[in-house]
Design a protein around this ligand. Sequence first.
Ligand code: NAP
Ligand code: ZN
Ligand code: ZN
Length: 347
Amino acid sequence: MISVKGYAAQTATSALAPFSFERRELGPKDILIDIEYCGICHSDIHQARNEWGGSIFPMVPGHEIVGRVSQIGSQVSQFKMGDAAGVGCLVDSCRTCPSCKDDEEQYCEGGMVGTYNSFEKDRKTPTFGGYSNKIVVDEDYALKISSKLGLEKIAPLLCAGITTYSPLRTWKAGKGDRVGVVGLGGLGHMAVKLAAAMGAEVTVLSHSPKKEQDAKRLGASHFICTENKDISTLFSNHFDLIVDTVSAPHDLNMYLKTVKKDGTMVLLGVPPESTQISAFPLILKRRRLAGSLIGGIKETQEMLDFCAEKNIGSEVEVISAKDINIAYERTMKGDVRYRFVIDCKTF
Ligand code: NAP
Ligand code: ZN
Ligand code: ZN
């Protein structure tokens, strides 16, 4: 077995603390990655705090992982020693169901194997994530990283990047489209950069007035502060597509009313509590309300290549392992510009 150092939450209420554990020896198709950076996604916090229910403890969160390959199995063909490699939110799936065959392993009918807070396909061995210094992964579930940007700026693409790229591609955001991004956090700031790079006219809808300058710098054409404001009176039938990245309960009906006839609002954020939806804003303009979960391995690679070509990375604040709990507190208060990334050499 391979000895690993990381940080874990032992319960939903305990602070994350140093944790030593073991990873499997490499199988023929496995690679070992010495992790250099791992982003802190708000999903890590929801799960470490058991806000969605069903959390598995001890939990080593982290699914925005980048590092260098330091060992390869006997049949590995896509990676060599020293390559930069990434791991996102899933590390395995059934490989045979229609979703897996369509390169959409995130919707695997047998259930994908999450990078953490999940079990391997044996349904017994818990998975541990990227708040650690090493990970073993099947090469078919690892991503190739090629970019002039620093690895710390690439790490958040493995979740925040693909989660926003996938719906923008699914609903074909492009030139001439008006895209609204609700919430300017880790996901939201990537949505702005990606939608702008695809040629869309981007409007940020944020409850934080202080983020206006950042929104414009990141590529938004417009910024609307939504604090104590009914924005449906400002925009009627305006957006082709809205991507909603908010992590807390909020009024979806107000945003729906700003979508054009036949337009779509996609939920990406997963607030722990549900929200009431009125049928009227949907039926009156044949609007659609949809959801989207991360992205498959093939699309994640496509997104990484798109970002490398366009020089797109995340805006990050790099922290040491000992500051993870502070970073959690700051993320929950909305005090993050725009992703905390752990320097995994500090474990
Ligand atoms: P984050 O960095 O904390 O950003 C969330 C943003 O939501 C904040 O920056 C804030 O933006 C807005 N917000 C927070 N509290 C709010 C409130 N009370 N009222 C209105 N707006 C509020 O989080 P993240 O990492 O981007 O993740 C966002 C959500 O997406 C989380 O729920 C996460 O679990 C989920 N997620 C889903 C997927 C998926 O596959 N669908 C993947 C990853 C993450 P403003 O200050 O600009 O308003
Ligand atoms: Zn995530
Ligand atoms: Zn499957």
